[in-house]
Design a protein around this ligand. Structure first.
Ligand code: ADP
Ligand code: MG
Length: 712
């Protein structure tokens, strides 16, 4: 009998061309082929009668080809048609016309007299019932027919150079020759239903639909459980690293809070407490701070920084872009200077000269702190002033990470905007010994059901409440042809003293063409908005220039900012209350929400206008969501429903292996169960030392390998 880890080469009945086709799909071992799961199944026990009306639900039909023809249209284009007759046709039967446009290979595969199974949506075309581009399979009446017909039949993901039939036969034969014993069931007791070997058989060739459901559940649980064991073990490792306590008394923090012109929200207070507890613990903090745009994460970050500084440590604050680094620098300076905390900035384009180089080298003497006399006197009341002044806070872009930095006294790193920051980069920071505490902030909330997976190895804090007194944001979709009306509206807003963002999608910021296109766009807008002053902002501008443009916009010197998505994250100009997004249909829902988060930051009512040149059902669905809610979690949930979760995992960013069968959206409940089981095992036996848990070790190693295969 065959062991599942063996390469497919050992099967002497698989011809070489097929081996090569399989290899192209990444299928090399018996196990790989067995877990090449069907995409769907067709009930081929009994086919429905041919329809006489159209249907939006795809149907699976079987019939005999009675006629084929090729029609030409538009010169060299071709339509291939195959007319199907249903079995036991009677006077009422209507033939089904299957059509393929410009697909040369199809006409080579289909001939009169063949039996065909087709899958697609029947459509009424004139008087005929047609199916355009159906999936199809030619049924051959040989000894293998029982594999393909009169059963619930698996349909596999399309594979070039390998027909459904060939693949199905191969997997069928493989299942006969595999040693069930070698297919180990890797589920703990509470998740276990039956054996994995049975589930694998039934996922391909189920006896009935219930068996298929049960098999799928078993396999999804197995996959999720393995993933949660991986996540859990990373968590265990991260907690076991050498770190230190980096938490001061809180005098500086209290002073900071006292000076704020507003009250912290309850959510901010709760989150600061969570962070304080982590900072005080001897193991390294690894915490994610989730909060919608504008929910006030920066204040929380400053609170954390002050706690670390007061305890005598340096802190670093990293932003994804130059503009944001500059902005954070300004904000932080406003709060930290009066408290007597030294601050410097370091980005690729700018080095604050007062900063010691290389960064994070042991700090120099106290006296050099750039703090004015007055503010220093101000800070005198604070008992820990000397400590604080000795410490240094660095603001910079992520580039900070890659320079020859010595982290000798670094207690805390705050990383803004997690989605631009991969796990690999994070690992670079946290693998240092002693490890600093790390706080990652993201303004891209993800649905709660995904948090336990995508951010499963982090502790998560959520700001789920917006500061009060925020102006409302009104969102509306307009056709590009209505631009004139939109312009009139924009002008009334500008006349009322508000400021405007115009955003247009140019995805590739590094593209040279971008700068050119942006300039053209800019000219157009300058004319449209005369006499109001405009400036252009895009990623190709030198850092200092970007900074100056932002500054002029911030202080109201410029009324309109024409921009690419560089303003996407974090920019904060409360008087800018109008945003026009051009070609809105090209942005994803989450990104539109991000962009919209730039407005609605002051007391004035805000307006977000989505301009679309091709309004579609898809754009309509997006707008619906954005119109109904400004809550980032609701938007994220809807985005997941509209788009699926496909791109959230299996990327270098998530640092998790992709899923073969589970669906984060559909199977959220199974994920919850898998996570609970994994946590309980690792809770009792963090290093998996007990004999009973040995089998789970292998699971983690395998997942780890799959992850790295994924990243490279
Ligand atoms: P984000 O979470 O998007 O980073 P910020 O930290 O930039 O949000 O905060 C957005 C704005 O709200 C800032 O101008 C900040 O000063 C202000 N803010 C923060 N917390 C509060 C609060 N509790 N009450 C009122 N305004 C606040
Ligand atoms: Mg922010």
């Amino acid at each position: 009998m065959l062991d599942t880890s063996e390469p497919l080469e050992t099967l002497n009945w698989v011809p070489r061309p097929r081996l090569l086709a399989l290899r192209r799909l990444g299928i090399e071992t018996v196990e790989d082929l067995l877990t090449h799961y069907p995409r769907r199944h067709e009930d081929r026990h009994q086919f429905p009668r041919f329809p006489r009306e159209e249907s939006d639900v795809p149907m699976c039909l079987c019939g005999e080809v009675t006629k084929t023809s090729i029609r030409r249209f538009g010169g060299w284009k071709k339509i291939f048609e195959a007319t199907l007759q249903e079995p036991n046709a009677d006077a009422l039967s209507q033939p089904l016309v299957c059509r393929w446009f410009n697909l040369h290979y199809v006409q080579k595969m289909i001939a009169t007299g063949q039996q065909l199974v087709v899958f697609g949506k029947p459509r009424l075309r004139g008087k005929r019932i047609c199916m355009d581009h159906p999936e199809f399979e030619v049924i051959e009446n040989d000894e293998e027919i029982s594999i393909h017909l009169r059963r619930i039949t698996p349909i596999y993901p399309a594979t070039e150079g390998l027909s459904q039939r060939a693949l199905r036969s191969m997997i069928y034969r493989l299942l006969q020759s595999v040693d069930c014993e070698s297919v180990e069931t890797l589920l703990p007791g509470e998740l276990r239903t039956g054996e994995r070997s049975e589930a694998i058989r039934a996922i391909h060739f189920p006896d009935d639909w219930d068996a298929l459901t049960a098999a799928r559940q078993h396999l999804v649980l197995t996959e999720f459980f393995a993933m949660q064991m991986l996540i859990g073990s990373r968590r265990v490792q991260s907690h076991a690293r050498a770190g230190g306590a980096h938490c001061g008394q809180g005098d500086l923090l209290n002073e900071f809070v006292r000076r704020l012109p507003f009250e912290l929200t309850a959510a901010q207070q709760k989150v600061i407490e969570e962070i304080r507890r982590d900072l005080a613990a001897p193991h390294p903090m690894n915490r994610l701070l989730q909060g919608d745009v504008g929910s006030g994460k920066t204040v929380v970050a400053i609170a954390a920084i002050l706690l670390a500084v007061e305890a005598g440590y340096d802190a670093a604050f990293m932003a994804p872009t130059q503009i944001l680094a500059e902005q954070h620098y300004d904000v932080l300076r406003r709060w930290l200077d009066p408290l007597g905390v030294r601050l410097s900035i370091r980005t690729a384009a700018r080095r604050d000269e007062s900063a010691p180089l290389p960064l994070f080298a042991e700090t120099e003497c106290l006296g050099r702190a750039r703090v004015s006399r007055a503010s220093r006197r101000d800070a005198c009341a604070i008992q820990s002033e000397v400590d604080a002044a000795a410490r240094h806070v660095f603001v910079g872009t992520h580039a900070l990470l890659y320079e020859g930095v010595s982290f000798s006294n670094l207690g805390l790193v705050v990383i803004d905007e997690q989605h631009k920051f991969g796990v690999a980069q994070r690992a670079r920071l946290t693998s240092r010994a002693p490890a600093p505490d790390v706080l990652v902030m993201t303004a891209t909330p993800i649905p709660r059901t995904l948090t336990m997976t995508v951010y499963g190895d982090l502790d998560v804090s959520t700001i789920d409440e917006m500061p009060r007194n925020r102006g409302k944001i009104i969102t509306a979709l307009r056709e590009a042809s209505k631009l004139a009306e939109v312009l009139t509206f924009l002008r009334t807003q500008l006349e009322a003293g508000r400021q405007l963002y115009v955003v247009y999608p140019l995805i590739e910021e590094s593209d040279k063409l971008t700068a050119k296109a942006a300039a053209v766009e800019y000219e157009r807008w300058r004319e449209r908005l005369q006499p109001f002053s405009c400036e252009l902002l895009h990623g190709q501008l030198p850092g200092l220039e970007k900074q100056e443009i932002m500054e002029r916009f911030r202080c109201g010197q410029t009324q309109a900012l024409i921009s690419t998505t560089v303003i996407e994250v974090g920019v904060d100009v409360p008087n800018a209350t109008v945003m026009l997004i051009e070609n809105a249909e090209r942005f994803g829902l989450a990104q539109l929400h991000q962009l919209r988060g730039r407005i609605g930051r002051g007391r004035h009512k805000s307006y977000c206008i989505l301009l679309s040149s091709e309004p579609s059902a898809d754009a309509g669905a997006k707008l619906d969501v954005l119109e109904k809610t400004t809550n980032g979690f609701a938007v994220a949930e809807a985005d997941l429903q509209l788009r699926g979760s496909g791109d959230l995992l299996g990327t270098a960013q998530s640092g998790l292996p992709g899923l073969k069968i589970g669906d984060l959206r559909r199977d959220a409940d199974l994920m919850r169960r898998a996570r609970a089981a994994a946590m309980s095992i690792l809770g009792d036996d963090p290093r998996l030392e007990s004999a009973a848990n040995q089998r789970f070790r292998r699971l983690i190693v395998e997942q780890e390998n799959r992850t790295f295969a994924n990243v490279s």
